[in-house]
Design a protein. Structure first.
Length: 233
């Protein structure tokens, strides 16, 4: 469980702001022996659902060295773009996405479909503007393989209970070798989705190369922030 100080570091904000969220009951928290505490996974889910930026540096400090992921740019290049994916319903959309996904030999497509269908209510988070991203606590793990980020452009909009009421038109999917890598690349993706240039590429249904190029300057900015943070420390 995280303290207020640790939650503020993860959310890249002041403790005062965290307390305001708590007082307004806007953020998930618990009281343990009269102390405010936060579940890390719940906090990240809340942040990404509400499109609040999170601290990549705070996540990095919790990962082992060999869990440091490639950049979002590299993960997008390693992934695929699927166009006109049939989307008549959640289950059929999941099946269509899996059919188009290049899976490692260790992951049988039928098994992946079964797992994703079982999790379909908590599989993705609709963040608004017609976009859905994976949830923090529902990673697809393929040990020993590089992390990939794939994009599915749906054939027709899919109702998904988004905060802005808009149906989903684009679904991001992450396959990673560890939970830590899933978490970190998801944090990078959530930051990128706050950038107008990156979102413009999605809106015009750009290729994975287009998305990777849009992510490149954002990754450099994240790296610069990390260097600045380490120098301050």
């Amino acid at each position: 469980m995280l303290t207020v100080n640790e939650a503020a570091a993860l959310m890249a904000c002041s403790e005062r702001r965290v307390y305001r969220w708590v007082e307004a009951a806007e953020i998930p928290f618990r009281r343990i022996r009269d102390q405010i505490r936060f579940d890390r996974a719940e906090l990240l889910d809340w942040a990404m659902d509400g499109r609040h930026p999170v601290s990549i540096e705070a996540i990095d400090r919790r990962l082992e060295f060999d869990e440091r992921t490639p950049s979002l740019e590299q993960a997008l290049r390693a992934g695929k773009v699927h166009r006109d994916v049939p989307s008549n319903g959640r289950e059929s959309t999941i099946r269509a996405i899996v059919e188009r996904t290049v899976l490692p030999a260790s992951l049988a497509p039928a098994f992946v479909v079964a797992v994703m269908v079982a999790r379909e209510r908590t599989l993705w988070t609709a963040i608004g503007n017609g976009i859905a991203i994976p949830q923090v606590r529902q990673p697809i793990i393929a040990a020993g393989l590089p992390v990939t980020v794939s994009v599915s452009y749906l054939e027709q909009p899919l109702l998904f209970g988004a905060p802005d009421g808009k149906p989903i038109q684009v679904i991001f999917q992450i396959i990673s070798p560890t939970i830590g890598e899933h978490l970190r690349v998801l944090a990078h993706l959530s930051r990128a989705l706050l950038d107008p240039g990156f979102c413009a590429v999605i809106e015009r249904r750009g290729s994975n190369e287009d998305l990777a190029m849009a992510a490149h300057p954002l990754q450099r900015a994240d790296s610069a922030d990390a260097i600045t943070s380490s120098q301050r420390g």
